[in-house]
Design a protein around this ligand. Structure first.
Ligand code: GDD
Ligand code: MG
Length: 346
């Protein structure tokens, strides 16, 4: 039986200060813990057993997903005291891996049909199939160059500008045969992208790429995390159905506020007259006071926005306080409990 393994042990360093108190794999995306989007995709492929490979702040992830029952799957965990790298983490799960395994980076958002990826892998009798996506600039990713038959002929992690020979990159989703475990040393830091994949190019391994035509977005930096929200808000990426949580209703007088159809507000928000909210996501229990404007932004739970404040293309962590008339310029990212004083411009 195919199982899935999600690599969710990274520190999320590029998402700081947002991912300081909450590990990146469970940062809220449209108010849903991120990993749930992946669990949903995995379930749709008919896979019900999922291994979460953790290292950084494992408790916070385990507290949300437990044994998986609430989400209709079986979840098991592996935990590395010290991160062992992407391939090392797979190796650390060896005793839970019985067969072909679907491995996902814990920070990629996609609606790729994973069942189709597995079918592709099977028909090519591949040992490894990686999902590839097209991006404008591959330098921040793993560059994948397939030949006409789909066979990977080059893999370069984080290529320099002058090494970029195409625009297809590693989407961070692999189908791996169990035999792959034999290629990974039992000890030490091992990376699929830097050690294992490049080494496979020269030894005749059946290594294929599946080009996804679906939505794909990495969420690992504030700009990308915001972009993933716009993917959802615009309807390009559909929201999965998260098991109901109990939230009080939002409160506003609809004749006195302007909240567009696409914005997503979790429960318990209080929105005062004259507020404008456009193309944004607010977590639960936020309070937005008279005449404030929130546009193209993501605001986590419990944040208070005082009157006449303006927030554009920004991300605010939990329980922030934005003073009256303050102005947050596009690109602002504030960690939990940040305070912005009245009338300041940042
Ligand atoms: N358990 C465990 N242990 N997980 C890890 C470890 C580890 O030591 N190191 C990284 N991870 C997890 C991270 O949590 C993340 O979900 C995933 O592995 C990939 O690590 P990142 O640190 O996010 O890598 P990246 O974003 O720079 O690059 C990777 O993703 C790109 C696509 O977004 C590479 O796979 C690239 O080739 C790829 O293009
Ligand atoms: Mg990443």
């Amino acid at each position: 039986m195919i199982k899935a393994l999600i690599l969710a042990g990274g520190k999320g360093a590029h998402l700081r200060p947002l991912a300081l108190h909450i590990p990146k794999p469970v940062v809220p995306l449209a108010n849903i813990p991120f990993l749930f989007f992946q669990i949903d995709r995995i379930k749709r492929a008919g896979i019900t057993e999922i291994i979460l490979s953790l290292s950084y702040q494992p408790r916070k992830i385990m507290d949300i997903f437990g044994d998986g029952t609430k989400f209709g799957v079986i979840i098991r965990y592996t935990h590395e005291e010290l991160p062992r790298g992407t391939a090392g983490a797979f190796k650390a799960a060896e005793n839970l891996i019985e067969d072909t395994t679907l491995v996902l980076n814990g920070d990629v958002l996609t609606d790729t049909d994973l069942e189709d990826v597995i079918r592709y892998h099977r028909t090519r009798e591949a040992e490894v199939t990686i999902v590839a996506a097209r991006v404008m600039n591959p330098t921040g990713y793993g560059l994948v160059v397939p030949d006409e038959s789909g066979r990977v002929v080059r893999f370069t992690e984080k290529p320099a500008e002058d090494e970029v020979t195409g625009n297809t990159i590693n989407a961070g989703i692999y189908v791996l045969e169990r035999s792959m475990l034999g290629r990974i040393p039992a000890e030490g830091l091992q990376s699929f992208e830097r050690d294992i994949f490049p080494a496979m190019l020269h030894d005749g391994t059946r290594f294929y790429a599946y080009l996804t035509r679906g939505y794909w977005q990495d969420i690992g930096s504030p700009r990308k995390y915001l972009e993933a929200h716009f993917g959802i808000i615009s309807g390009r990426m559909k929201l999965p159905e998260y098991p109901q949580k109990s939230c009080p209703p939002n409160s506003w007088d609809k004749d006195q506020v302007s909240i567009d159809q696409v914005s997503i507000l979790d429960g318990g928000c209080v929105i005062k007259p004259g507020v404008v909210i456009e193309n944004s996501v607010l977590g639960e229990d936020c309070r937005v006071e008279e005449g404030a404007l929130i546009r193209d932004s993501v605001i986590w739970s419990g944040t208070r926005i005082r009157a006449q404040a303006r927030i554009e293309r920004s991300i605010l962590g939990r329980q922030c306080h934005i003073g009256e008339g303050a102005h947050l310029r596009p690109g602002t990212v504030l960690g939990d409990k940040s305070i912005v004083t009245d009338y300041s411009v940042i």
